[in-house]
Ligand binder design. Structure first.
Ligand SMILES: Cc1ncc(COP(=O)(O)O)c(C=O)c1O
Length: 355
């Protein structure tokens, strides 16, 4: 593969034929937009909700206000933004739009985020796995060999979960420049990273989809709001395939409110990074810590001499981390999320008692 902008990407070559011809559901809120005094078009309860706030009306199916605010923050027009019920929904919709069940395949680069495989399995799409190298980077030759005419998507998570490192930018660009299908760059942890986002590359690569989420740095995992950034053509397809009201009204309102508070989020990011560095230094002092991989995320992958023993010991002390020791290339490793200063202190003090 060469790192040149060579391919001519045509969405029609990878779109499922049933989706190409799909006429989407037309909701009441799609048919009439604007202000009216009496709404008798959607079979809602006109009296209200048995709550302090009324949620008796269906939400905006296209989440226009949230997208307008995100457009300001991300520097990309609303027409290039898709919102999902978490970025997990965006992943599922990519499968449903572009991968023919029982025929097509996608490339995964383990160890990586588990939902790509689960979504593939749900949609009956073959996964071709090309492991990351020993330093958790892309094996470009292996990927090139695994691609065939039915390969529709390559998923790259950067910073990667569970390893925490960023994937080399040039390697991702090589995929974008040479692969005829979609390259999905999952940037769930980008706010913690030293690398810049791929969103700016959307004008360069028509086959790029960038995933981000409000679940991590933004502190809104409970609201379920994820984002996909891509060409207008790709976003249009995803909007046709999604359930009509996939982001509920409470989530839209609260996300909009939260998106005004960038200062708070930026302060938390700074604090998380400082805590991460401190945690790394403290963990390195323990004899049972073999290695800590450089992290660009809000978690660290820690290789230990006894992952299962440490995991169980921590659980017994009320502390839950993620045991990744059964994952290929993560043998002996625990994935630890950076907590508040107080939580991190409890973790370190508890580990001092591990024999
Ligand atoms: C890499 C990655 N992508 C996506 C997600 C899912 O995010 P969301 O909460 O937006 O569905 C996660 C959650 O852990 C993740 O680690």
């Amino acid at each position: 593969m060469t790192n040149k902008k060579t391919i001519m990407f045509d969405i029609n070559n990878i779109l499922r034929s049933n989706i190409k011809n799909l006429k989407p559901y037309s909701s009441a809120r799609d048919e009439f937009q604007g202000e009216a005094s009496v709404y008798l078009d959607a079979n809602e309860n006109a009296f209200g909700s048995p709550l302090h706030t009324s949620y008796n009306r269906y939400p905006d199916p296209m989440q226009y206000q949230v997208k307008m605010r995100l457009a300001e923050i991300k520097g990309v027009p609303p027409r290039n933004i898709f919102l999902g019920n978490g970025s997990d929904e965006a992943i599922d919709i990519l499968f449903r739009s572009f991968c023919n069940p029982g025929v097509d395949n996608v490339i995964l680069v383990p160890p990586t985020y588990g939902m790509y495989e689960v979504s593939a399995n749900i949609n009956d799409v073959e996964t071709r796995k090309v492991n990351l190298t020993d330093d958790y980077q892309l094996n470009l030759e292996g990927i090139a060999e695994a691609i065939d005419k039915n390969t529709k998507i390559i998923f790259v998570c950067s910073p990667n979960n569970p390893t925490g490192n960023s994937i080399n930018r040039d390697d991702i660009e090589t995929l974008l420049a040479n692969f005829q299908g979609l390259v999905v760059v999952d940037e769930a942890y980008i706010n913690f990273s030293r690398q810049k986002t791929f969103i700016q590359e959307l004008t360069e690569y028509a086959n790029l989809v960038v995933l981000q989420t409000l679940s991590k740095a933004w502190g809104l995992a409970g609201l379920r709001v994820g984002m996909a950034f891509a060409s207008e053509e790709i976003i249009e397809v995803m909007n046709r395939v999604k359930p009509p009201y996939n982001i509920n009204e409470a989530s839209q309102q609260l996300a909009l409110e939260a998106l005004q508070n960038t200062e708070q989020v930026n302060n938390w990011i700074k604090e998380t990074l400082a805590e991460r560095d401190k945690l790394v230094l403290q963990l390195k002092e323990f004899d049972f810590v073999v290695d800590i991989y450089p992290s660009d995320a809000n978690f660290i992958l820690v290789k230990t001499t006894d992952a299962k023993g440490i995991y169980t010991f921590l659980v017994n002390n009320g502390i839950i981390v993620r045991d990744r020791s059964k994952v290929e290339l993560c043998e002996g490793s625990l994935r630890i999320t950076v907590g508040t200063p107080q939580e991190n202190t409890i973790l370190i003090n508890t580990l001092k008692n591990f024999k």
